[in-house]
Write a protein that binds this ligand. Structure first.
Ligand SMILES: [Mg+2]
Length: 264
């Protein structure tokens, strides 16, 4: 089965995950088939997620567990991209507020991690979702930024879905620090910032005309694609309803009721 010409012109397809490929622990109908067809056609398939609790390796296991074929270099999570951004900006010593996946990526990027007991000043603070957050961690992060550390967020998602309903996301922790500091964060790695997409394009040697971003959220996926100057498709399998698009300032280039609509 072929792609419709308006989609066949793209060589790389960057997918949002939650609400686009799966919901909770279930693949969305048509998603597995769409991904395997794209791969059979020789297209590049990449996964882009604001999730910061897992490393690339951890997220790869999750993607595969859900039944999607993937390789580690196809995974772009905010933990990985935040670590890359900090390393590229010359940060050496980092104080992290986050979980194991973020810590793994910071170490992979060659950054030195600072603990709660350290007397030295970090030159970077990175904040992701941390379900073991303590006041002491917040205080430490706050002090490092006051002394001049670069203040990086993996993402600022207000909430994230959980089995029993939404829970506070990384954005809630970022906001707590911003309130204390009286200023905003310096860099946000995740969507709607363009960095997940920019890092993917850099590593895969892609130019902007050959990439299509596909996601279920106007304010993150589609907005992020615009900021990276990429074409975008909004899919109605997640949080956005067809009626929402007419009120939005952000307009996707394509809309899809299911991913299989890309095929003839
Ligand atoms: Mg989504």
């Amino acid at each position: 089965m072929r792609l419709k010409p308006k989609f066949d012109k793209f060589n790389a397809f960057i997918f949002d995950c939650d609400g686009t490929l799966w919901i909770g622990k279930k693949p969305i109908p048509g998603a597995l088939e769409a991904i395997s067809r794209l791969r059979e056609l020789g297209k590049i398939v990449l996964y882009a997620t604001n999730n910061s609790t897992l490393s690339r390796k951890g997220y790869l296991a999750k993607v595969r567990r859900l039944g999607f074929a993937a390789e580690i270099q196809e995974i772009y999570c905010s933990s990985y991209v935040a670590a890359r951004l900090m390393a590229n900006l010359g940060v050496r010593d980092v104080f992290p507020v986050g979980e194991k996946g973020l810590i793994e990526e910071l170490m992979q990027a060659g950054l030195r991690l600072m603990g709660l007991e350290s007397d030295e000043t970090a030159d970077g603070v990175v904040v992701g979702l941390d379900r073991h957050l303590t006041y002491r961690k917040l205080q430490c992060a706050f002090r490092h930024v006051l002394k001049g550390a670069l203040f990086v967020a993996t993402n600022r998602d207000a909430t994230l879905p959980a089995e029993d309903g939404p829970v506070p996301g990384a954005g809630a922790i970022v906001a707590a620090l911003e309130t204390a500091l009286g200023r905003g964060v310096d860099i946000i790695a995740g969507k709607p910032s363009p960095y997940l997409f920019i890092e993917a394009m850099k590593e895969w040697g892609l130019n902007d005309s050959e990439v299509l971003v596909i996601g279920d959220r106007l304010d993150t996926d589609i907005e992020g694609a615009k900021r990276a100057h990429l074409a975008s498709a909004l899919v109605f399998t997640g949080v956005t309803r067809p009626t929402d698009t007419s009120f939005s300032r952000v307009k996707p280039d394509y809309v899809l009721y299911t991913l299989l609509e890309m095929f003839e």
